[in-house]
Design a protein around this ligand. Structure first.
Ligand SMILES: NC(=O)c1ccc[n+]([C@@H]2O[C@H](COP(=O)([O-])OP(=O)(O)OC[C@H]3O[C@@H](n4cnc5c(N)ncnc54)[C@H](O)[C@@H]3O)[C@@H](O)[C@H]2O)c1
Length: 340
């Protein structure tokens, strides 16, 4: 597979503008085209990047054979159609999360990417965070022992006006992180939540999510748009050590606790209070790493870390969570669907 020298970003909104910045730094402005149906957004791009080409209709990008790769950063409801069209035109695609809204549509995209021999990658940004990479290495090497459970909090009071559903927004980040770290099959999901604000679409403002994995591993998450503390934290409790990833910390984002409880040999347990240490973590912007990984994946013909299958797995958990929420928090089996 050849290298990519041209790329288009479709959707230059609040999130897309960071993608535009990163890809223009990696490829050079003159190799990036930005498409947005909102003329004001395009004017902003033109003002900030004099050498970038712009387009007002995504057809111009899809039909342009000189553009081999597209990045889709439009609202979630459009991801499936745009990704389908771009893959259908033989392009490599990096799409924002969630990959699609329906599990069946995500499966279709995976099949299409395989038929076209195109790279399909989903922006599960946290998988490219240096602190998460170090934490994952520690889990994989067995330093933390067997993982008992994971507990996450993704809380805010900022995004109340968002069009997005909390499960697709905060939930997809959280679920991609737990799946990446636990690396086991999710079996059952329980989700309960509350609708405290009167909104047109009757969406939850807070969700309490529990995911049961094979081997009895559990993950629990509190997602909320109605919390006084902006929090982005996940704690991993293992049989040997415990760890906390706190993305709100400016420098010390990963803490490893040499703490635990061990059998005393007399039928009881001793609590062990060992050292706490903070690994040195690269501060490289996760999005820059993610964008570079996208380019690297098709230059080398390798599957991206957050590939279409990863996107499908996140969606399967979110789908079970949505069904559980509808049924008043009833435990719900995760669909057993493969990419075919
Ligand atoms: N990975 C993450 O951590 C993360 C974080 C925030 C947002 N996101 C995702 O990024 C995506 C964009 O979010 P946002 O906050 O930037 O939204 P936004 O509404 O600010 O921007 C979306 C842009 O897409 C444009 N657009 C919509 N349909 C279009 C079409 N058919 N053709 C061309 N342009 C079109 C709109 O004009 C708008 O400028 C969403 O899917 C969101 O879930 C991901």
């Amino acid at each position: 597979m050849g290298g990519v020298d041209k790329l288009a970003v479709i959707g230059a909104g609040k999130w897309g503008k960071y993608l535009v910045r990163n890809f223009s730094e990696l490829l050079g402005q003159s190799n990036v085209t930005v498409c947005d149906s909102n003329q004001e957004r395009l004017e902003e791009v033109k003002r900030d990047y004099q050498e970038i080409d712009t387009a007002g209709r995504c057809d111009e990008i899809i039909e342009d054979r000189s553009i081999p790769a597209v990045v889709i950063s439009t609202p979630g409801t459009t991801h499936f159609e745009l990704t389908k069209r771009a893959l259908g035109a033989g392009k490599h695609v990096l799409v924002e999360r969630p990959l699609a809204k329906k599990v069946s549509n995500a499966v279709k995209l995976l099949k299409l990417a395989r038929e076209k021999d195109s790279t399909l990658m989903v922006d599960h940004l946290l998988e490219y965070h240096s602190a998460v990479e170090v934490l994952d290495e520690k889990i994989e090497s067995g330093e933390l022992g067997d993982i008992y459970y994971v507990h996450g909090q993704r809380l805010d009071l900022e995004d109340l006006e968002t069009e997005e559903d909390i499960l697709w927004s905060l939930g997809s980040q959280e679920v991609s992180l737990m799946l990446y770290l636990i690396n086991k099959e999710p079996k059952e999901v329980t989700a309960d939540g509350g609708r405290y604000l009167e909104r047109e679409k009757g969406r939850e403002d807070a969700v309490f999510l529990t995911v049961e994995f094979e081997d009895g591993v559990k993950a629990h998450s509190h997602l909320s748009w109605l919390d006084p503390h902006k929090t982005r934290r996940m704690t991993v409790v293992g049989s040997k050590k415990m760890a906390t990833f706190d993305d709100m910390e400016s420098r010390n984002k990963l803490w490893i606790f040499d703490k635990g409880a061990e059998e005393s040999g007399e039928g009881g347990f001793n609590v062990r209070y060992g050292d706490v240490y903070i690994p040195n973590i690269s501060l490289e912007e996760p999005m820059k790493k993610m964008c570079r990984h996208f380019l690297h994946s098709f230059e080398n013909g390798t599957e991206p870390r957050s590939d279409g299958k990863d996107g499908l797995n996140v969606l399967k958990v979110l789908d079970a969570a949505r069904r559980s929420l509808k049924n008043g928090g009833k435990p719900t089996i995760v669909m057993n669907v493969e990419a075919g």
